[in-house]
Write a protein that binds this ligand. Structure first.
Ligand code: NAP
Length: 280
């Protein structure tokens, strides 16, 4: 598996498996399927309510813990030093592990500086191997990097062909923060899986739209964590290391960028209210 080297020297698989909207009942089976398909990196979050399923799968998979890369995220309701600290212990318990490979602040709201202090402490204690952020758009990311000693290793933001985050990517590169995509397929919005430009490119290589999108992001040095509950799609999404997009292909997909979220804007006060209320 191709990896990226994070700013603290830790290697992270460039392709992983995400479990957002995977039900607690299905999560263990899905993660076991993903691991048997070859995935070694799993992305969950406190807010997904399925960390236990990931933990059960880690335990049952038979794959040594050292070969797995587990990411989870501290939710807004656990923001602030004391609550975040407790929540990290809770995540470790649910994940049935004594360390988390990557811990992210899920959203840049409430007392996320306090959250980061607890995360930094856990990082220094070896309970967490790398710490980072998610949904930090350039203004917040710059502020955060300027006023913290430990620069976030990763920033996980919505990134797909219609929202490529080209300017944000440059800022992440400038500060040494690895760009990670959430929603590589925009969850199928905007007819992603039948997009004619991407489909034509895929036909040349005998690859699906999903595979071309993942390859496009990987070639742009963006970490990807596609989600699916179907094993055949897990296998399909993993099979992206035996072809290469040309510059012409990349430019054609780059031209699809609308530089706009396919979901919602983190700058919209109504969305901030909605996110703040979720999980309170
Ligand atoms: P996504 O990966 O863009 O899309 C998932 C959707 O695509 C599911 O409906 C899945 O359907 C379908 N799909 C997957 N592979 C397919 C294929 N090969 N062909 C056709 N359909 C396919 O969306 P996402 O789950 O929102 O994002 C990925 C991960 O990013 C999440 O699971 C989570 O770990 C992370 N994430 C993080 C944040 C954040 O705020 N940090 C937000 C959102 C997501 P089936 O499941 O029915 O196969």
């Amino acid at each position: 598996m191709k990896t990226v080297k994070l700013n603290n020297g830790i290697e992270m698989p460039i392709l992983g498996y995400g479990v957002y909207q995977v039900t607690p009942e299905e999560c263990e089976r899905c993660v076991l399927d993903a691991i048997s398909a070859g995935y070694r990196s799993i992305d969950t979050a406190q807010a997904y309510n399925n960390e236990e399923g990931v933990g059960n799968a880690i335990e049952k998979s038979g794959v040594p813990r050292s070969e797995l890369f587990i990411t989870t995220k501290v939710w807004i309701s656990n923001a602030g030093y004391a609550k975040a600290k407790d929540s990290i212990e809770e995540s470790l318990k649910k994940l049935k592990t004594d360390y988390i490979d990557l811990l992210l602040i899920h959203q840049p709201f409430s007392d996320y500086y306090g959250t980061y202090r607890a995360m930094t402490e856990a990082y220094k204690a070896g309970k967490v191997k790398s710490i980072g952020v998610s949904n930090f758009y350039p203004d917040r990311l710059v502020d955060f990097c300027e006023f913290n000693d430990v620069i976030p290793a990763v920033n996980q933001v919505e990134t797909h062909p219609f929202q490529q985050q080209k300017e944000a990517h440059k800022i992440m590169e400038k500060y040494g923060v690895q760009h990670e995509s959430w929603g590589p397929f925009a969850e199928g919005r905007k007819d992603m899986f039948t997009n004619p430009v991407i489909k034509t490119i895929g036909d040349k290589y005998g690859k699906t739209v999903a595979q071309v999108i993942l390859r496009f992001l990987i070639q742009n040095n963006v970490v990807v964590i596609p989600k699916t509950t179907h094993k055949e799609r897990m296998i399909e999404n993993f099979d992206v290391f035996n072809f290469e997009l040309t510059d012409t292909d990349i430019n054609a997909i780059a031209a699809l960028d609308e530089s706009e979220s396919a979901f919602f804007s983190h700058y919209d006060p109504k969305i901030v209210e909605m996110l703040a209320g979720y999980g309170k």
